[in-house]
Design a protein around this ligand. Structure first.
Ligand code: NAP
Ligand code: F7E
Length: 322
């Protein structure tokens, strides 16, 4: 019999990549979508799987909705990817961010405990939980010190996942994922904002890109590689918490330089400006993950390097706009 997976956040960036991987492994995949008057399946369509995933309307902030779905499906694996995931919006939307990112996972964990305790659970945790707690590399033992309402909300869900594991022996794991991107990344995130902007400049549709803090440094990987680590966590005998990262750090200047290079445009500095509108009340200056545990225990390895990732995104944005 096919294994059953339930994926929340199915229409975001990671949901389609994970669903594609699960379908290739012959799972029956159910995906949760909020109710929309105009549902947008573009990201599922991009990967050609919109007809292969069974979509269920629901909301992780609605405990009745989660109870009903989990009680009926009793999935082998549950991946909670749904979130208000844009850090920049989390100051103005701090209550919504908390309801979705903290109470949403709590609803799912309570449903699993009550209705399907043998389901394995994946919680989408994040490097934002570290804040500026150390200036070097972050691993599973680095202190958490979040600096955004998003980071704070995700830290609650992280500890609840650990708590349900320890209190009720659930197979519940946290993936502490560092930034990961793709051609279906939301356009407000900095990498896609840059690759979309570069494509527009290349095609003569725009003449500049306006960003916020140009000094931030991040560890950027490819979403298609990172979803494999999610799946591997739920195949382990024992649940656990894992950093998933490339271990390589880059600046926003590096993203810009490589994106403009792949578009064949010289002197990138002349096309870029900074506007305080895009700056945040509190910033994370430098993140770089240490994925040693995931590499050793899960056998996970990223396949796509930074240059290849940015090239993929620029080429796709140019092709889309042509
Ligand atoms: P994403 O593109 O923003 O996708 C999240 C999805 O969740 C969206 O489709 C969103 O729908 C949906 N959603 C929001 N509120 C919901 C609710 N109340 N009930 C049901 N669905 C809801 O994020 P992503 O990049 O795929 O990331 C997946 C997960 O990993 C998120 O939890 C994110 O916080 C976490 N994470 C991401 C990264 C990264 O670099 N991408 C790194 C670490 C952790 P709408 O857009 O329509 O609201
Ligand atoms: O910002 C700076 C910005 O919004 C990266 C989410 O997936 O990864 C993501 O969060 C950096 C920040 O991603 C602009 O200030 C400069 O320092 O692309 P971002 P993020 O905040 O790191 C983590 C791991 C998650 O969990 C989140 O869900 O770039 N930056 N200028 C800018 N950022 C944006 N968005 N726009 C700018 O114009």
């Amino acid at each position: 019999m096919k294994k059953v997976a339930f994926v929340t956040g199915i229409a975001g960036q990671d949901g389609p990549y994970l669903a594609k991987l699960l379908l290739e492994k012959d799972y029956k995949v159910y995906g949760l979508m909020k109710r929309y008057s105009n549902p947008n399946l573009t990201n599922l369509e991009f990967l050609g799987i919109e007809k292969d995933v069974e979509l269920i309307t629901g909301d992780i902030t609605d405990d009745g909705s989660m109870n009903h779905i989990i009680k009926n499906l009793k999935p082998n694996e549950i991946y909670n990817l749904a979130a208000q995931s844009f850090v920049g919006a989390s100051w103005d939307l701090n209550k919504l961010t908390t309801e979705v990112n903290s109470l949403g996972p709590l609803n799912i964990l309570n449903s699993i405990k009550m209705h399907s305790p043998s389901s394995k659970y994946y919680q989408a945790s994040t490097s934002e939980m570290y804040g500026n707690s150390n200036g070097g590399r972050q691993d599973e033992s680095t202190t958490f010190k979040p600096r955004s309402p998003y980071g704070v909300s995700k830290l609650y869900a992280y500890w609840m996942t650990v708590n349900f594991r320890e209190s009720y022996s659930l197979h519940a794991s946290n993936g502490i994922l560092f930034n990961h991107e793709s051609p279906i990344r939301g356009k407000e995130f900095v990498t896609r904002k840059i690759t979309d902007g570069v494509a527009r400049i290349k095609l003569g549709l725009e003449d500049k890109i306006t960003l916020g803090n140009l000094d931030a440094k991040r560890d950027w990987g490819f979403a298609g590689d990172f979803v494999e680590a999610m799946w591997l966590m739920l195949q382990q005998e024992e649940p656990g918490d894992y950093v998933v990262a490339t271990g390589e750090q880059h600046s926003i200047g590096d993203v810009l330089r490589i994106a403009f290079k792949h578009a064949g445009i010289e002197n990138w500095e002349s096309y870029v400006s900074s506007d305080p509108r895009f700056k945040r009340p509190a910033e994370l200056h430098s993140l770089c993950g240490d994925p040693t545990k995931a590499e050793k225990i899960l056998g996970w390895q990223r396949k796509t390097d930074f240059d290849g990732l940015i090239k993929l995104m620029v080429e796709e944005d140019i092709a889309r706009l042509k």
